[in-house]
Ligand binder design. Structure first.
Ligand code: PLP
Length: 263
């Protein structure tokens, strides 16, 4: 047996039975990036690699009880939040996050499945903006999620990011995989990190095909790299590299999206 303590990442996210996204993706990415995942399902889902057919939210009390049992025993080094299924789930997640002050919180705002299914509501997004966003250290929206979260007053990505930072979120890493901005060349994917002090861009060679679970992979790899003590910019870069490699080694089990291979 080893004496060394491992950097534990607490994950609250949905379960995707395909293994492409959700808790399985999170656990694989965290393990591969040097962390120990402890996982709490916020929901089960019915889905294939083509689309999400149904989301079955877990009970808020069960989410809380799973968290209290883990927090009693493990020293949590980072938290990653994925799919939030309903208002009661948001309440429970907020309670858990508030019970872990000072621990880096990475949130992947899962609003729509890659196949197109809507996974949130306007009321839930509004609550999220006012209750969880002020507690977030880094948010990892794609451009579509950024637009939905920022609302109609902001008219471009920079204004949208400013709107989210002004709600109290510490940093935003915008991914441009599905919906590239005009300034990004067609053969690259552009990701941009914004904090109140700085911004930083990365360009990655665009891989062919559509992938399921790239957002989960990125956010969990980032949480793991923060848990091992990496600084924000380095952790963002390492998480992108890890995600890009996982997508490059991905496979397509059926007619739908390809799944990242994270090991
Ligand atoms: N989490 C769950 C449980 C999902 O079902 C999905 C998408 O279907 C996601 C997260 C988001 O996946 P992605 O990483 O492709 O944005």
């Amino acid at each position: 047996m080893h004496d060394a303590k491992l950097p534990v990442v607490l994950v609250l996210a949905g379960h995707d039975p395909t293994g492409g996204a959700g808790l399985i993706a999170d656990a694989e990415a965290i393990t591969a990036c040097g962390g120990w995942p402890v996982t709490i399902p916020t929901s089960l889902t019915v889905q294939s690699t083509q689309d999400v057919l149904r989301v079955m939210p877990c009970e808020a009390e069960d989410i809380r009880n799973m968290a209290w049992a883990l927090l009693d025993e493990f020293d949590i080094a980072a938290i990653k939040v994925g799919l939030i299924a309903n208002e009661a789930g948001l309440d429970a997640i907020e309670d858990v996050v508030r019970a872990c002050p000072g621990i880096p919180l990475v949130v992947d705002p899962v609003l729509r499945a890659g196949g197109g299914a809507n996974l949130s509501t306007t009321a839930l997004i509004d609550d999220f903006r006012h209750r969880l966003l002020p507690l977030v250290d880094i948010l990892t929206p794609n451009r579509h999620e950024l637009a939905r979260l920022a609302g109609n007053e902001a008219s471009n990505d920079v204004e949208r990011v400013v709107a989210l930072l002004s709600l109290g979120c510490q940093a935003v890493l915008v991914t441009g995989t599905d919906d590239p901005p005009l300034e990004a060349p067609n053969d690259t994917v552009m990701h941009t990190l914004h904090t109140p002090e700085t911004s930083r861009q990365w360009h990655w060679p665009r891989l062919p095909g559509q992938y399921h679970g790239s957002g989960c992979t990125l956010a969990s790899a980032l949480a793991a790299r923060l848990a091992v003590g990496e600084r924000l910019v380095t952790a963002c870069e390492q998480a992108q590299q890890f995600t890009w490699e996982s997508l490059r080694h991905g496979w397509q089990p059926g007619e739908g999206q390809a799944l990242p291979r994270r090991w």
